[in-house]
Each structure stands twice: as structure tokens, then as C-alpha cells.
Design a protein around this ligand. Structure first.
Ligand code: NAD
Length: 292
């Protein structure tokens, strides 16, 4: 790998740049980003060697690899344009947290076989180039969708790259991807945001929140620190699945409240005991494999 282009120099794009440099020590990395401060930070941090304007994507033509790590709506805007300028041997990857719309959008592009749809299950609640970290992807799952639509030599190049990053591959259909992610990721973020909102409404004295945050509130509300610029487009793109999961969640909250009003302790205990089984499911995940 001699030249890599990264669009979106935040947590994911920046951490990808760090992994690329570790794997290929003589690689030139060029970066594109809407935010001037992010472009400057990415240069200062040594994530990239050079920055370019987004209005001229032709700088990506000579890249061996182009990685799109911008919000999912922006991936949808840029992906076909990136493929338009890509050389025959340029592999194009994305990191978007939704997959159905992205795969649909690119399906008829004449260079569809140069694209591989990916979603690294790796992240933190922080964003921007300053959040980029070494080893973000190591031992994490890389979800790949529609693998057989990518040209064999380019698909192999991607697999070799992910192996070098010590990632574990999971293949998934894009529709199923969006359904599963709504349940295990998107709903958790909404629930965390709404928990944060409710506590701030009920407890206007910030000092009380600060002093008592150790009671479990801090860990439960951690995801409410996440970037609205990244998450709002995900919720909207995956609206149907997110609404389905929200409806079930609201039903469960209502049922819990009803039983509390009735002081139905037996129900509440049984309910919590049943849900305790989540411990054995989560304990199977090695500590170093946990991410947002
Ligand atoms: P981030 O906010 O840290 O970085 C996004 C970058 O994109 C920022 O530097 C921003 O300035 C830039 N950007 C925004 N709009 C742009 C535009 N129109 N043109 C060019 N640049 C633009 O976000 P992130 O966490 O790195 O997420 C990037 C992608 O990776 C998203 O698609 C997200 O769904 C996906 N993803 C995120 C996580 C996570 O946990 N954060 C995990 C897996 C995948």
C-alpha cells in the first residue's frame, strides 16, 4: 500500500490512519474533511501527510485505497463520486454504521466491484481527530456486507488489511445488519440520550448530578456524550428498525411503571431476574473486544 485517501478525519478515519501507518511504514496518507480545524488537527497529530479540498476528488485517483469515514448521509453523497474518479485498482471502503441505504445507492455504479461495504464495531463516545487512537480496531469485529459484489483481488486486499489490524470478520446482509444494529447499538444510544435528558430535567442542580454520578448514572449515560452530527443521520437512515425497537422499549417501560404503581413486587423481581441473564451473554465478550 503506497497511497491512501481518507475522507473524514475523526475518530474512525483518524484511528484508521494510525493503523495504516503501523502496517505500511512507507505510506502516503492524504486527508479530506469539511472542517478546517479537523484538517489542521489531523496534520498536527501526524495522522495524514497532506490535506485536500473536497471539491476536487480527483486527488483520490491515484490512491490504492480510499476510506470514507464521514457521517452516513455524507457517505451516501460522496461514494458514487469517489468511485467515478477511482483508478481500476483503487479499493474503496466505508465505515458507515448503516449499510442498507449505502449498498442500495451504489448497486448500479459501473465500478461497484471496487467498493466493499464495511462497519467496524469499534468506537468510543468521543469524536474528531483528537479522539483518534492506536489499536481502536484490534480484536474488534469488522462487519462486511455484500462481499461477493467486490472484485476478488480487491476483496482479498481488504481482508489482508483487516487481518493486519487483527480484526475479526463477520459477513452480513445489509438489511439484517441494519436490523441487528438498531437493537444492540442505535436503541442504546437513544436510551442513553433520553436518560441524560430526564435526569437533567428532574435534577436541575448540576452539583447533585456530579456528586452522585458514581451510582451507575455515569456508565449508563456514557453514550449520551456521543456526537449528534454522527448519530442523527444514523437514526434517520435506520428509522424503521429504530422505531420498531423504540416501540418495544416504551412498552417495556410502561409495563414496568404499571407494575410499580400496583406494587407488584413479584413481577418486578421476576422481570429483573430474567433480564439478569444478560450477564452471561456479555461475559462471553472478552474485555479487550468491548467497544461502543
Ligand atoms: P467523527 O465525528 O469523529 O468524524 C467525522 C468526520 O467527518 C469529522 O472530522 C467531520 O468534520 C467530517 N465531516 C462531517 N461532514 C463532512 C462532510 N460533509 N464532508 C467531509 N467531511 C465531513 O465521527 P466518527 O465516529 O469518526 O464516524 C465516522 C463514520 O464512522 C460514520 O459513518 C459512523 O457511522 C461510522 N462509525 C462510527 C463509530 C463510532 O463509534 N464512532 C463506529 C463505527 C462506525
Amino acid at each position: 500500500m503506497k497511497k491512501v485517501g481518507i475522507i473524514g478525519l475523526g475518530l474512525i478515519g483518524g484511528s484508521f490512519a494510525i493503523s495504516i501507518r503501523e502496517q505500511f511504514n512507507v505510506v502516503e496518507i492524504i486527508g479530506l474533511d469539511l472542517s478546517q480545524s479537523h484538517r489542521e488537527q489531523a496534520l498536527q497529530k501526524g495522522l495524514i501527510d497532506e490535506v485536500f479540498d473536497l471539491d476536487d476528488l480527483s486527488v483520490l485517483r491515484s490512491c490504492d485505497l480510499v476510506f470514507l469515514a464521514v457521517p452516513v448521509t455524507v457517505i451516501c453523497e460522496l461514494l458514487n463520486k469517489v468511485l467515478d474518479v477511482a483508478d481500476y485498482n483503487t479499493l474503496v471502503l466505508d465505515a458507515g454504521s448503516t449499510k442498507k441505504e449505502i449498498c442500495k445507492l451504489v448497486e448500479n455504479h459501473p465500478k461497484r466491484s471496487q467498493f466493499l461495504a464495511c462497519h467496524p464495531i469499534a468506537g468510543t463516545e468521543f469524536s474528531g481527530p483528537t479522539a483518534a487512537i492506536h489499536d481502536l480496531f484490534a480484536r474488534k469485529i469488522q462487519i462486511i456486507c455484500e462481499f461477493d459484489k467486490t472484485r476478488a483481488d480487491l476483496a482479498q486486499k481488504a481482508l489482508d488489511l483487516f487481518e493486519g489490524m487483527q480484526m475479526k470478520i463477520r459477513y452480513m446482509d445489509p438489511v439484517m445488519h441494519d436490523k441487528h444494529l438498531a437493537y444492540v447499538s442505535h436503541l442504546s444510544h437513544i436510551s442513553s440520550f433520553m436518560l441524560g435528558k430526564t435526569v437533567m430535567q428532574l435534577e436541575p442542580d448540576e452539583k447533585n448530578i456530579f456528586d452522585m454520578a458514581g451510582s451507575g448514572f455515569e456508565s449508563t449515560v456514557r453514550l449520551a456524550k456521543s456526537s449528534p452530527e454522527m448519530w442523527a443521520p444514523i437514526f434517520i437512515q435506520n428509522k424503521e428498525n429504530v422505531i420498531d425497537s423504540l416501540e418495544r422499549y416504551i412498552q417495556n417501560l410502561e409495563q414496568f411503571k404499571e407494575n410499580l404503581i400496583q406494587e407488584n413486587e413479584a413481577f418486578i423481581r421476576t422481570e429483573m431476574k430474567d433480564i439478569n441473564s444478560i450477564k452471561s451473554i456479555l461475559n462471553r465478550i472478552p474485555t479487550n473486544n468491548k467497544s461502543q
